[in-house]
Design a protein around this ligand. Structure first.
Ligand SMILES: NC(=O)c1ccc[n+]([C@@H]2O[C@H](COP(=O)([O-])OP(=O)(O)OC[C@H]3O[C@@H](n4cnc5c(N)ncnc54)[C@H](O)[C@@H]3O)[C@@H](O)[C@H]2O)c1
Length: 324
């Protein structure tokens, strides 16, 4: 049975990925400081260590003693707007604390490292869909901090021989029966739409309806968290290091997501058009042929309806999210 250390396993994607790994028979240890994550999101079958990656000695000890076969590194800060106001917070956690973890992985002789990277490393894309080899010019400290850590892994792999996969998620969405999205504050479109439908929010602010897209709203590539989990598991047995873009390849506009949410829930979404947000590209769509080809990955949730339905069921089951 493979032993996996999951950093950020109390967060949105890390908790769902832990659930997936445990269902597949892996031995999972979650390491999380519960900064943005929730204690109740940690799968009860996992071992839990409450700790911060800033504590270099602690993470060194955890890795030296854990005999982990692999690390899946989800722990990070990921609010683009906040990163523009407080870049040090992002480089500190996503880069410096990430280096503590990478050093601990080497000290603990961990063979494989799977990293949560992001479409934000591409900045304003030169073309769509975006391929792995397209130029990466981040336009905010969040994306830059993630790109820097991809480079750290490249060098650690060359120098120490640790295999890594940098998985660049596009828009993570959806829920499992047990784990869903509960960011505070929430900044993602689908949970905000569903909270508006439930009356938890008065209205959705739709940022820009004058983009160069068919209906004028931004187009994104929504990928279900279980499909991300599947890619993580497959990356464990990839023969060599690599970077992979993870999305379905289906771009959906904000208006299309609103319409799908109205169809899934049978209720109207109250929204207001607001000015564009600086730095929002019109389109972000992944070309994930490489993951399909090299990892044998195939997303199962290809329709917006299926993704939204899973998120809707989770919100109805946990209307206030995880317990405080
Ligand atoms: N949500 C998305 O759409 C998306 C898209 C692309 C990439 N990502 C990346 O995926 C990862 C997970 O995202 P998420 O939405 O689940 O975020 P999240 O905030 O829900 O989860 C992050 C978890 O990491 C923990 N954490 C943060 N810093 C830590 C530290 N120094 N030590 C220990 N624990 C720490 C938090 O407490 C939290 O539980 C992040 O790395 C993010 O950058 C997310």
């Amino acid at each position: 049975m493979k032993k996996i250390l999951v950093t950020g396993g109390a967060g949105y994607i890390g908790s769902a990925c832990s659930e997936y790994l445990l269902d597949m028979g892996y031995d999972v240890t979650v390491f999380d400081a519960l900064i943005t994550g929730h204690r109740d999101a940690v799968d009860p079958r996992a071992r839990f260590i409450e700790g911060n990656l800033a504590d270099r000695e602690l993470i060194m000890d955890v890795c030296r003693q854990g005999s982990f076969d692999a690390i899946m590194h989800f722990a990070a800060f990921s609010l683009v707007g906040e990163s523009m106001k407080d870049p040090g917070k992002y480089f500190g956690n996503n880069l410096a604390n990430g280096i503590n973890l990478a050093d601990a992985a080497i000290a603990g002789n961990v063979k494989t490292f799977v990293f949560s990277s992001t479409a934000a490393t591409f900045g304003q894309p030169e073309k769509t869909p975006i391929s792995e080899d397209d130029q990466q010019i981040p336009i905010n400290p969040y994306g830059e901090s993630k790109l820097c850590f991809e480079k750290v892994l490249k060098w650690y792999s060359r120098i120490y021989g640790m295999k890594y996969a940098a998985l660049r998620y596009f828009n993570a969405a959806g829920a499992t029966a047990l784990h869903g999205e509960d960011h505070r504050p929430e900044s993602h479109l689908i949970p905000i739409i569903l909270e508006t439908i439930r009356g938890k929010r008065e209205k959705l602010m739709l940022f820009g309806d004058d983009y160069d897209t068919p209906d004028g709203s931004c187009i994104r590539d929504y990928i279900h968290i279980l499909d991300l989990a599947q890619a993580h598991e497959l990356a464990l047995s990839a023969p060599e290091s690599g970077h992979y873009n993870l999305g379905t390849g289906n771009g959906l506009s904000v208006f299309e997501i609103i319409k799908a949410a109205e169809e899934v829930t049978g209720k109207k979404v109250n929204f207001e058009i607001a000015p564009r947000r600086p730095g929002d590209p019109a389109r972000l769509i992944a070309c994930s042929d490489k993951a399909r080809r090299m990892l044998n990955w195939k997303p199962r949730y290809e329709s917006a309806h299926a993704i939204i339905e899973s998120a809707w069921k989770w919100q109805l089951k946990y209307p206030e999210g995880y317990a405080k």
